[in-house]
Ligand binder design. Structure first.
Ligand code: GUN
Length: 299
């Protein structure tokens, strides 16, 4: 019988631990974790994600500030805001929502965030720390960190002897995901759009993690029987109905056929998605502990 992971439940356990750590830190040092969320332009999906992040930060007891900037914001204006947040001692985490509208250059903005406040884990210093296995001073990108919490629930801390296949090679997800799996002793393959015979490679996976942005691409016959399948895709597709056109969210995995072959699978929505925000809160409370010189919790 397949186990369908309830991401919302796991995320609310993480949030509970974040709240506990937040009130302990207040007791020890009278400090509230401070999260600055920056959004440029008016993309509705980005506004909805950022609104959810700001609301959750407030619920966790953080001092949360959202900066909503117009789409004609210049590179220098944005760099100036990041610099002001970098030197503000009440701000422990800075998140600049991506993608940024043209012609803003996101890489130079992301790299200008101080590594110790880079709660997205996208700065090269944090990417490098993850690459050398330093999880005690670095910050890990939230979605792979959240996917890893779900994988640890299914398999424990040690993935020795297991073959993990990550489909997707982005800096935001695929690369850090592969590093996390490798740090837990899995044998890791990274596959991507140029990989030959992707289905055959996926069939060798004990743990298959998919983040490609192609609705329902992974079919049931792509899986090894009993695999753990982590679906990171969030795609909105049209569904035809008797009345007006409707849409629904699906992952990169064809859930209905894959659930009969996998032993563990994440649904979309309700799988990895809720974990991303929870891990952002976890990174912020970790950054606040480190700034205060207090031992940080592990998630
Ligand atoms: N846009 C979509 N996902 C993310 C994320 O995890 N962090 C940032 N900064 N922007 C995003």
């Amino acid at each position: 019988m397949v186990v369908v992971i309830e991401g919302k439940k796991v995320a609310s356990t993480v949030i509970g631990r974040v709240k506990e750590a937040t009130s302990k830190l207040a007791g020890l040092r009278n400090i509230k974790p401070g999260l600055a969320v920056v959004i440029v332009g008016d993309d509705p999906a980005s506004h909805s994600y950022v609104g959810a992040k700001s609301r959750m930060a407030k619920e966790c007891g953080f001092a949360s500030v959202q900066y909503t900037l117009p789409s004609d914001t210049t590179q220098d204006d944005l760099l100036g805001l990041v610099e002001a947040l970098n030197v503000d001692p009440t701000v422990h985490g800075i998140l600049v929502q991506l993608p940024l509208p043209e012609p803003l250059q996101s890489d130079s903005i992301i790299q200008s965030i101080r590594p110790e406040k880079d709660v997205d884990g996208l700065n090269v210093v944090n990417a490098g720390k993850l690459a050398v296995g330093d999880v005690t001073t670095g910050l890990v990108s939230c979605t792979p960190a959240g996917a890893m919490v779900l994988i640890r629930q299914a398999h424990g801390e040690d993935l020795s002897g297991l073959h993990a296949v990550v489909v997707g090679r982005s800096n935001l997800f695929g690369k850090p995901m592969a590093q996390l799996l490798l740090n837990s002793n899995a044998t890791v393959t990274i596959a991507h759009s140029r990989t030959k015979d992707l289905a055959a490679i996926c069939r060798t996976a004990d743990i298959l993690v998919v983040a490609v942005g192609r609705p329902q691409m992974v079919k049931g016959h792509w899986l090894k029987t009993g695999a753990t399948v982590i679906d990171v895709g969030i795609n909105r597709i049209a569904v035809s109905g008797p009345s007006e056109a409707k849409t629904r969210l699906v992952g990169d995995v064809a859930f209905d056929e894959c659930k009969d072959i996998a032993s563990v699978i994440t649904p979309v929505p309700g799988g990895v998605g809720p974990m991303t925000i929870a891990m952002l809160m976890a990174n912020t409370v970790i950054a606040a502990h480190r700034a205060a010189g207090v031992d940080a919790p592990r998630f």
